[in-house]
Write a new protein. Structure first.
Length: 219
């Protein structure tokens, strides 16, 4: 398992290095940071079919609102029966609440991969990890790159607030995953504060792409 992860990490690292080298003539010192952004967008495009399934399921769930209201009234004193029949109704109409987790689950391996890629090894950083963003090394953490991190944290917070608000509006009140989906976006804010700058840049780019997908696919 470890050797497989090392092999995939090596491929991802080579892809980042190639992107940075390609972008360097036009973007100069921003090449490494932009390579991470481009890599993130490529990953998100790869899993965009899962996002489409999530959006389709959410739309079907919204169409079931009147029937769900009837179930809540009918079984208001029996929460177990209510949960069982709610799930049965959603599955019968292709509105499984678990579809909401598909994009997040699909991103988890890529996040772990990116985490390994951006970890500096022994000695001075080389290649992409030797890059900077507005003078802050991509290997720097919060205390060493506060101005740039402050911008990323504000962006991450705004995106998390928007995503949480949208999830709260779209999720039925009786959806058992509703509370999780409204709080999940805020984990990215904590991760940005904890990871090196390269990892934070990956997370903010991914969150921004999620917001864009939601706006386009839910129209």
């Amino acid at each position: 398992m470890s050797s497989a992860l090392d092999a995939v990490t090596g491929v991802a690292h080579s892809a980042l290095e190639g992107l940075a080298a390609f972008l360097a003539p036009a973007t100069g010192t921003f090449a490494a940071a932009l390579a991470i952004v481009v890599f993130t967008v490529a990953v998100r495009l790869l899993i965009s079919p899962l996002t489409w399934l999530q959006v389709r399921s959410a739309k079907r769930g919204a169409a079931l609102a009147p029937e769900l209201a009837v179930l809540r009234e009918r079984h208001r004193d029996d929460p177990v029966r209510l949960a069982t029949e709610t799930l049965a109704l959603q599955r019968a109409n292709g509105a499984s609440p678990f579809a909401a987790l598909l994009p997040a689950l699909a991103q988890a391996p890529f996040f772990m991969l990116m985490y390994h890629v951006v970890q500096p090894g022994a000695g001075a950083p080389t290649g992409v990890l030797a890059g900077q963003l507005f003078g802050v090394p991509l290997t720097a953490h919060l205390a060493a790159g506060l101005p740039v991190f402050a911008v990323l944290l504000v962006l991450a917070g705004l995106l998390a607030w928007w995503s949480s608000r949208r999830a709260r509006r779209l999720m039925p009140a009786d959806n058992p995953l509703g509370a999780i989906m409204t709080k999940l976006p805020y984990l990215s804010v904590a991760a940005v504060a904890w990871l090196p700058l390269a990892g934070g840049l990956y997370l903010v780019t991914s969150a921004a792409w999620t917001a864009l997908e939601q706006l386009v696919m839910r129209r």
